[in-house]
Design a protein around this ligand. Sequence first.
Ligand SMILES: Cc1ncc(COP(=O)(O)O)c(C=O)c1O
Length: 415
Amino acid sequence: MKPSDAYFEEALRYIPWGTQTNAKRPLPFFSDTMPKFIVRGKGCRIWDMEGKEYIDYRLALGPVTLGYCYDEVDAAVREQMSKGVLFSMASPIELELAKKICAIVPNADMVRFMKTGEDANSCNVRIARAYTKRDMILTSGYHGYPDWFAAEESPANGVPQFMREYVRPIPWGNCEAAEKLIRQYGERLACVVAIGYDFNENTSGDFLRLLRNLTKEYGALLVLDEVLTGFRLAPGGAQQYYGVDADLAGYAKALANGYPISAYCGRRECMEMLNTFKITTTYAGETLSMAAAIATLDCMVREKVHEHIWAMGRRLMDGFNRIAAELGVAGHAAGLPPASWLRFEHADPAYPPRLEYLWHRELYREGIFINPRWFISYSHRASDIDETLEKARRALGRALDAEPKERDDVKPFWW
Ligand SMILES: Cc1ncc(COP(=O)(O)O)c(C=O)c1O
């Protein structure tokens, strides 16, 4: 037993799950090789409790766009800290950040701030209901844990059952289902809330365009959840990348290099609804995260950060294709360069997830920390990608050797 295993056992006695975030719960299938705690990060590397180093492609589940302990961002936070964290009235930094976001994000005439991705989405849903004076919403993708999204699992999860009447999910990317549901609820619909891209194979943007056209037809709003796509696919997220205009959009991860802040923004006439009812909270004007966001956005614009992220992502994807060809594995690099993966193919549908599991287990052993999708930061250099590919090749070789022997032990995969 490693010291971190004992620590985790103790954490489970004090903290349900032992952590705050579902995706940070240690996966039993990886217990041999995946670390349970991370204690430090710098650039694109992180270190676990035993001091083992990893090249990180998880980036704290998306937020660390520039890199861990990025000097420019942390210096801006320290400077703001010397003035104060939170004040008795608004701070001028709020306007400074608001103007930057409105300059970068398409269709953002006005913006307000919150702390989490879920907050931003919930505020947008409120605005959409107030603006349209309708209750029904459709969702597509993961949006956090709010009642309006978690109603499907009601009442086991504490969400009132009546909430089920006001929300239906659309499987992301399924144009037929989207059209059917939007036409079914038609003029009862306040909004469709959808993620910009589900990090799977459909990268076309057709689904978003369909949602845009159909919501317009029924006078409903299109609310984009850009929590994962914003400042990642492009500075202005999926709206910019796909050229789809949302009425409202929510941004969080990747905005402030890991500091806790989210933004909800959109067309002036929608945002001005906020002058007619209350969304209010004490900490949304917290200045350290705002200073971090300003420094992060300045760096993104000045240094063309997204060009680098795309170039490094392409290098990784080319490498995935090379590795697959060299090892004779049927598969290809899939997705978009800021968040791609190696998709295995096989006549037996159970084979790809099995091989992926074994590969990921071996990647952790090699010191590569992965997500189901490989997120790239500005701190990933060509040498880091090349080192990763060398290790990934070794790990895949071992996974292929192990596959026939461990076939029955491998559990279904995640994501
Ligand atoms: C697309 C999307 N929306 C919303 C959320 C929820 O954000 P948060 O965990 O900051 O509340 C997430 C988190 O993973 C997300 O990926």
